[in-house]
Design a protein around this ligand. Structure first.
Ligand code: SF4
Length: 473
């Protein structure tokens, strides 16, 4: 066991910082300062270096004293009793001289030892929990963004237009769909903690984003891998789980659209939030088929759920709910009657938006070994029949919107007018609302419109002068 890794004044790392320029002093009036005490072995030292590197890159300064710091991180050692004593003493010293203390490192793996002696610490995390430490620092000492000096804007570098953004809540997948190799490529489900996700969403909203598109491989499974870890955001406790995510995002006052949701029973809880417009009344559920026997061969999550009954109940609670889905036709072994089952299912489900793929084998997928691969011309016919059926459903559902008034989000403006989207339209994959006389609209504007005509997938509208028509960012 080593002692303090880099002795410095008061045991706090002093990292050399260049003298502040006048400009910097003017624009970054209050640079957040973190004090850092690193105890223990070289592995802990490397952990400290990683955390400090990220904090510096985010614009934090490292304070040489407890008193000048806004907050102190203590990276502890728990190797032997003497090291535990030293760690507990150091935490006590930091609390006394600064007051805001985050504890990490080996002793953090036994938080009860720390909390029984120092209940005032802000957060305790275990060894190598870089993300958790950074997240705790962000929570108690938010980073400052200086547009004159920071190369990266606070919302990060994004490839989408400024008014909408994708919000990725997890990586990987624990399901075993027989046609898919994503779990082999991307690994098991790894959810981001909810406070981390909500803070990113908050930054995006503050930067002018008006629509967040929540994405993952399986949004309804969010947080199961980290046992729905609790966290605090805006002074309220949230758990890392689907419904709390919807509740938290629903407080931001912007459009929140949920993608890749599977029809597990707990998804029912989000429907009241949709009815209240806290999140958009829109669910993207990749059903993939309507025949139970095909779904079983596909090994789809929630394949045994009575989805049609659930859809009816959702629509009763939230009549404006838009349902989008994708399907695979010509899956190995799909018989004529299973395909007819799918068409009947679609007739009953009355989905608003449907995409369809012809099954094609992917190297490494379990479905390749299934018997009864469907010939290409039958796949083609089934694809055409499914698209024809879903187009008819789409047209009849859009026709009901004629004469209604709605708020839309403008994506682009050209000589022909503006192209916007309603609550029912995700960017790139769904329909649009065309506004002919776009009178001064700009991308990113809200516009209140009245629907004047509908075709198979899109709507046309005129500005609703009575409603005041537009609002800008
Ligand atoms: S298709 Fe199935 S296995 Fe593949 S990512 Fe989606 S849920 Fe996971």
């Amino acid at each position: 066991m080593q002692g303090r890794a880099a002795p410095a004044e008061s045991g706090i790392f002093t990292m050399s910082s260049r003298p502040a320029t006048r400009r910097r002093a003017q624009t970054r009036a209050r640079t957040p300062k973190v004090g850092f005490v690193s105890l223990g072995c070289p592995k802990a030292l490397v952990d400290s270096e990683r955390i400090l590197t990220t904090l510096r890159a985010e614009g934090y300064e490292v304070s040489p004293t407890y008193e000048q710091a806004d907050l102190v991180v203590v990276n502890t050692c728990g190797f032997i009793d003497a090291a535990i004593d030293e760690s507990l003493q150091t935490i006590g010293e930091a609390l006394e001289r600064n007051g805001k203390v985050i504890v990490t490192g080996c002793l953090g793996a036994r938080p009860e030892r720390i909390l029984e002696r120092h209940p005032r610490v802000l957060k305790v995390t275990g060894p190598q929990t870089y993300a958790e430490v950074l997240s705790a620092v962000h929570e108690h000492l938010p980073p400052q963004h200086d547009p004159f000096f920071d190369l990266v804007p606070p919302q990060g570098v994004r490839l989408t237009p400024p008014h909408y953004a994708y919000l990725k809540i997890s990586e990987g997948c624990n399901n075993k769909c027989s046609f898919c190799i994503i779990p082999a490529l991307r690994g098991r489900l790894a959810s981001r903690r909810i406070d981390d996700v909500l803070r990113e969403a908050e930054r995006l909203a503050a930067a002018g984003v008006r629509e967040l598109l929540v994405i993952s491989q399986d949004t309804s499974a969010y947080g199961t891998d980290i046992r729905y870890a609790p966290a605090v955001w805006r002074d309220r406790e949230y758990r890392t789980r689907f419904i709390d995510l919807a509740r938290g995002l629903g407080t931001l006052g912007i459009w929140v659209r949920l993608h890749y949701v599977y029809p597990y029973p707990h998804v029912d809880e989000v429907i009241p939030l949709m009815a209240e417009r806290r999140v958009l009344p829109y669910l993207d559920i990749p059903f993939q088929h309507g025949s139970p026997s095909v779904l079983k061969r596909m090994r789809r999550p929630a394949h045994a759920e009575d989805v049609l009954r659930r859809i009816a109940a959702w629509r009763e609670q939230c009549p404006d709910l838009t349902l989008r889905s994708t399907f695979i036709v010509g899956f190995p072994g799909e018989t004529d009657s299973e395909f007819e089952e799918l068409l009947d299912w679609l007739d009953e489900a009355q989905l608003d938006r449907v995409g369809c793929f012809k099954y094609s084998p992917v190297e490494g997928a379990a479905a390749n070994a299934l018997a009864g691969h469907v010939p290409a011309e039958i796949q083609e016919q089934r694809h055409a029949r499914l698209m024809e059926r879903s187009a008819a459903i789409s047209a009849s559902r859009l026709a009901r919107r004629m004469g209604t008034r709605m708020r839309v989000l403008v994506d682009s403006v050209g000589e022909q007018g503006a192209v916007a989207r309603s609550e029912a339209d995700a960017p790139e994959i769904d329909g649009v609302v065309r506004i002919a006389a776009a009178g001064g609209l700009r991308p990113g504007d809200w516009a209140d419109v009245e629907i004047t005509s509908a075709d198979t997938y899109d709507l046309s509208a005129r500005l609703d002068c009575a409603a005041g028509a537009t609002s800008r960012r």
